[in-house]
Design a protein around this ligand. Sequence first.
Ligand SMILES: [Zn+2]
Length: 510
Amino acid sequence: MRFTIRDDSSNVQNLDGIVVFIFDDMSTEGLNPSIKKKLLDIRSRNVFHGKSGEVYTTFINSGKFKTNPKTLFFSGLGKREDFGAEKIRLSSGMVTQKITYEGLSNIAVDLNSIIPSLNSQVLGQSITEGFLLSDYRFDRFKSSKKSEKDKNRINEVVVCVRSKFSNGVKKGITLGKIFSDGTNYARDLINIPSNEKRPPVLASMVRRMALREGLRCKILDEKQIKDLKMSAFLAVARGSSAPPRLVVIEYGDTKKTRPISFVGKGITFDTGGISVKPSSGMENMTTDMSGSAAVFGAMKSIAQLKPKVPVVGIGVLAENMLGGNATRPGDIVRSMKGTTIEIHNTDAEGRLVLADGLHYAKTKYKPQCMINLATLTGACMVALGTNLTGMYGTHDELIERVREQGDFAGDHVWHMPLHAEFGKMMKGKIADLCNISGVRWGGANSAAAFLQHFTVGTPWVHLDIAGPSHVSKRKEYKPAGGTGVGTRILTGLAKDWKRLNAQKGKAFGT
Ligand SMILES: [Zn+2]
């Protein structure tokens, strides 16, 4: 999909159609005369109300379009006072589906009616994201020919905007492409079936991406993981014939400046281990590496953005299977930190791999902050539903930065509690810690408290993405499958890190 900018929306003779965004007050301000006439007609017939996500498809054959009629899409934005990046992303995502359905490939998007309502760069970025994220498809396992698959794809989006705004919109389009590229890459990794992405295979796949993007990438194999004494991580991988991998990607000079760090849970398939899961819905466990996918996707975007802070992205990859060598409930392991852990439930494996992943990030890089993402607990979905990410953290400023990025990206997070009682629930009977609390209530909180033990001293945020990591049915700009949730949060954090520090006039955390 190509994006270009033009300043005149009536000069669209060689295109197939036009998109116009409309608020629910149905105002015609800023519209060119023939489009205005059409909207007034539709308004009088009461068939379109400008609600968020609503799209009305019609034809325009008056005024300048008389000789060459066009398909016209009115795309609703909802209330003017609620307007923001996510509203335009949702609306662009919906209209992308309609354009594809109509089989049109070259489209004008007329921004002149809404441009004064939002920063032009934000507008450019969110429209681009809406189109690119909505247009995503995962069809590499379909046998049909390439030409067949490319049918009904949008070729070109011509953004029409007055020239004084075009620079901002242009910058926004560039950002939107970069943010979408990382997110769609994360979606690809999540959607690949587990037999095609066992840890060593996934690690090589990611390394190829990293090298292509000019990043440094290190892969630690099972021997190196053993040498580092990461027995919590190893315990999860023991039941599988595929060995674990620790993937470490670096951007910028991590030796000269302390980096910011991201750590992702990467369980390429989760059977639950000996504490095996029920079979219904188990096929979705292919998405249990969504946390590491978001980290890898963000690193891809960061390589293109080139922010002024070094970043290290770590994926802790293992397959949680049953086998003769699998970890048993009741086993005790010693983590890289030296903490002993009783494993009472082998399905609570995400916290085990993250315990070692976080400790590795902390001791190896002394990062300014650590953010981990994980499809960690069903309890978080019980608490927050499937749309919200549960956020835990030990550092107010970091929490605030993550929340702002979440709101901007439309990947909304909800701040959850880390009270001392949850830490107490994770104490072991004969070892230091136990990997489950043994209490039915507050499971997402006690899991977070377990992770907290391995992050003490470093500003840290944990994002439990079990709910929003995938959708079974398409939503506005999220096709069914992995959503890549969190990718744009991490990318945005790296993008704004230096600027926010400068605004404060001192280094982060001081
Ligand atoms: Zn599990």
